[in-house]
Design a protein around this ligand. Structure first.
Ligand code: ADP
Length: 257
């Protein structure tokens, strides 16, 4: 426990919390979080996803879920919505998908606390938390409020994304959260015609950055039209093509961490 901070409080019914984080927005953090969650469930874990991105929730779209969660009669807790066997909770269920959230810090923190502690999860082995991008107040508070088993940092091979990933690693180290590794998204593109693999954004930058940070590179995910369309259609590729090579990449990641 850090000096001057209250003790962390566990989320009821949750064994392990896995944070999926990124320094930058748009690097594929949410897509990775959701596919990893499905892959973990395919490995026989009971899995939930908490979308902690208050300002830009994407879980409703990615999991094809809509509607307001019920409130449980005992305790007045929010009941997660479930699809593809994954329990889900998101601010997007509460405010509507396209309504902007224009709250000040205090309101945001209240919402985060509600999402952390007032959800009636059925017992979970792993709660995957899709973190907001960056290293601000909300990210830090989540790290300080709940016990976390580990964090994954999602990045693309581009230098700008890697630079921000380093900030993320440093933040987690400050709040004593083990960083399980770096996941390099959009690592390579396999031509559907000739099957040649091209490293569009650079070859080894993720590995080099991980080495410098002293953390493992735990996954390399291809840049793939199928991953993108599947996400847009609300059926993660791990659900639509569970035996395909892309889904296997997420399965390997699920087994690695
Ligand atoms: P973030 O959560 O980091 O903001 P998203 O997961 O919302 O990023 O992804 C941003 C966009 O990139 C989405 O349109 C998504 O479908 C697409 N995307 C993410 N990962 C991949 C990938 N490996 N290949 C192709 N498109 C991807």
């Amino acid at each position: 426990m850090q000096r001057g901070l209250p003790a962390k409080r566990a989320i009821p019914n949750v064994r392990h919390v896995l944070l999926v984080s990124s320094g930058k927005g748009g690097v594929g953090k949410s897509t990775t979080a959701v596919n990893l969650a499905v892959a973990l469930a395919q490995e026989h874990r009971r899995v939930g996803v908490l979308d902690a991105d208050i300002f830009g929730p994407s879980l409703p779209r990615l999991m094809n879920l809509r509607g307001e969660p019920e409130v449980s009669s005992e305790g007045g807790q929010l009941v997660p919505l479930t699809n593809y066997g994954i329990q889900c909770m998101s601010m997007g269920f509460l405010v509507g998908n396209e309504d902007p959230v224009v709250w000040r810090g205090l309101m945001v923190m209240k919402a985060v606390q509600q999402l952390l502690y007032q959800v009636a999860w059925d017992p979970l082995d792993i709660l995957v938390v899709d973190m907001p991008p960056g290293t601000g107040d909300v990210q830090l508070s989540i790290g300080q409020l709940i016990p976390v088993s580990g964090a994954l940092i999602i990045t693309t091979p581009q230098e700008l994304s890697l630079m921000d990933a380093r900030r993320g690693v440093n933040m987690f180290r400050k709040v004593d959260i083990p960083v399980l590794g770096l996941v390099q998204n959009m690592s390579y593109f396999v031509c559907p015609k000739c099957e040649q693999s091209t490293h569009i954004f650079g070859t080894d930058s993720g590995q080099q950055a991980a080495d410098r940070m002293g953390i493992p590179l735990v996954g390399r995910i291809p840049l793939d039209a199928g991953i993108c369309t599947a996400a847009d259609e609300g059926v993660p590729i791990t659900v639509s093509h569970p035996k395909g090579p892309e889904a296997q990449v997420y399965r390997t990641l699920a087994r690695t961490i």
